[in-house]
Design a protein around this ligand. Structure first.
Ligand code: PLP
Length: 361
């Protein structure tokens, strides 16, 4: 028997969330972002669930080849483009669109011309200061790329640093400031700017396409707003069973570092999930888990293969009880919030050793 832990991926939730984001996209082309193994949900599984998306966007060329080989016929875009000259022929071979974000990429493209039909998108840095050409450079870059034989400039992409509502607009890189920097580039053809947050909340962001990521997986892009409020459904449930229960006297310590000390006679349950499964080791005491219909708080430091929870007030819990670490009852953003991070990181960090089960709901 494998260890009693699994990640359940809810295919129905992925499909529902895609439809939800399609509604929010209001007629724009929907790229489903499947980078990082589809935020931990499984690349090919996600590609199957997102069959109705207009295209798939990702980072890794190998992933793009894999989805093509698995039968994905629609468009594919590489969000960071190619990293090496040797990647360029594969883009054409597999009909993979790439962004171009810097001058060395243009030089590489020139060196390998001509092409049959190589589709590129110009990445513009509108204020995030990560990838892209300045808005002023776009015209020249476009002309330069268009002169390369066989290169087809599809359009312009940019990315927002802070599209969620809890970001204060007076801070440096608000959506309105980034849009102002885009200026008339917003009206070019095939413009793609919005991520999940901008698609959901920033109706002033236009364009012809959106790139939806985290919301497709049922996690809110803004940790202060719940999935339920957004009508998206968590698509990953991480659960594990209780494998032991300790009756511990008052004043005893639990686990490494003796961080948790009982203030009363306590029942401590040991759960078959540790940081080697992707549960964050930095989770503090009190981080919620869900067992037998109730919340049980983490009690003691997370170990590599186990964690401990306080079930003193939970008479129903027994060896074999299933504990939800995150999913429909405990939001991944909530757990992440206790750890000072975001749900994205926890979903992506789901470890390879965790068995994955697909369900239709
Ligand atoms: C990851 C990513 C997205 C998707 O962002 P979400 O916040 O997950 O919706 C969109 N565009 C780019 C360039 C990205 O890297």
């Amino acid at each position: 028997m494998p260890r009693p832990i699994c990640a359940t991926i809810h295919m129905g939730a992925l499909k529902h969330n895609l439809q939800r984001m399609r509604r929010a996209a209001e007629g724009r082309f929907v790229w489903a972002v499947v980078k990082a193994n589809a935020y931990g949900h499984g690349l090919l599984r996600a590609a199957k669930a997102f069959a109705d998306a207009d295209g798939l966007a990702m980072i890794d060329l190998c992933d793009a080849q894999a989805v093509r080989e698995a039968g994905w016929k629609k468009r594919i875009m590489l969000l960071e483009g190619f990293f090496d000259e040797s990647d360029i022929p594969l883009l054409e071979k597999y009909d993979i669109e790439t962004i171009v974000h810097n001058r060395p990429m243009i030089e590489m493209l020139k060196a390998h011309a001509p092409y049959r039909d190589l589709k590129v998108h110009i990445k513009v840095n509108s204020g995030m200061n990560r990838l892209g050409f300045l808005p002023l450079e776009e015209k020249v870059v476009k002309e330069e790329l268009s002169r390369i034989k066989g290169v087809h400039v599809m359009g312009v992409v940019t990315h927002f640093a802070n599209a969620e509502p809890s970001y204060l607009s007076e801070k440096p890189a608000s959506v309105s400031k980034q849009l102002a920097r885009m200026g008339k580039l917003q009206d070019e053809t095939d413009v793609c700017m919005a991520n999940s947050a901008a698609t959901l909340w920033r109706h002033e962001v236009g364009g012809d396409a959106v790139r939806a990521g985290v919301a497709l997986y049922g996690a809110s892009p803004d940790s202060k707003i719940s999935s339920r409020e957004l009508d998206i459904i968590p698509a990953m449930t991480l659960s594990a069973k209780i494998i032991a229960i300790q009756d511990v006297a008052k004043g005893e310590a639990v686990g490494y570092g003796s961080r948790f000390v009982t203030e009363r006679p306590s029942r401590i349950a040991v759960v078959a999930c540790g940081y080697a499964d992707g549960y964050p080791r930095c989770a503090p005491d009190g981080t919620p888990t869900f067992v037998e219909g109730k919340i049980a708080p983490l009690a003691g430091a997370v170990s590599m293969d186990m964690l401990t929870i306080d079930i003193t007030d939970l008479k129903e819990a027994h060896v074999g009880s299933v504990v939800e670490l995150w999913g429909k009852n405990i939001s991944v953003n909530d757990v992440a919030g206790y750890c000072g991070t975001i749900g994205y990181e926890l979903m992506c960090a789901l470890a390879l050793r965790v068995p994955v089960v697909e369900d239709e709901n």
